[in-house]
Design a protein around this ligand. Structure first.
Ligand SMILES: [Zn+2]
Length: 153
């Protein structure tokens, strides 16, 4: 068997594996992600809740960074959107932080939350002291493009 034929055969095998892998993943049950809109409540210690219309106190779960920002007291009462899925009747899991899975609604626009140190001009994405000068960082909002098909209220 020449090199060209062997290579062609190898490519076929890899392609077959890939197809099997993909169909396997597609068959997995996964609920599509949705956007939940509501106002952030001050839940019990360490808990983040969202008050959705007709439904108060939905518990939000997610990764550390997401919960750090959403539990920032400066955001209590803010109208926010979170993207994720229901994991239980009263618990909503927010998608990973790096996917920009939550935002603030203000003036008919979506805004990304970030933190800013005026002294150093350093931007961070979670609340707390500036890594450089240890001053408290300021909460700021950056406008996001609107999502296609996403109603903004
Ligand atoms: Zn600083």
């Amino acid at each position: 068997m020449g090199f060209g034929k062997r290579l062609a055969k190898l490519v076929c095998v890899v392609a077959a594996w890939y197809a099997v892998g993909n169909s396997g993943r597609a068959a997995e049950p996964s609920s599509p992600s949705i956007v939940l809109q509501g106002s952030l409540g001050s839940g019990a210690a360490g808990e983040v809740t969202l008050n959705v219309s007709g439904r108060a106190g939905v518990r939000l779960v997610g990764d550390r960074e997401t919960l750090l920002v959403l539990s920032d007291p400066r955001l209590t009462g803010a109208e926010v959107g979170v993207r994720g899925r229901w994991v239980s009747p009263n618990q909503f899991e927010v998608e990973p932080f790096h996917k920009k899975s939550f935002w603030v609604y203000k003036g008919g626009q979506r805004w990304l939350v970030f933190y800013w140190c005026d002294v150093c001009g350093i931007r961070t994405y979670t609340p707390g002291k500036c890594l450089c000068c240890q001053e408290e960082t300021e909460l700021k909002l950056e406008r996001l493009p609107s999502e296609p098909g996403q109603a903004i209220q």
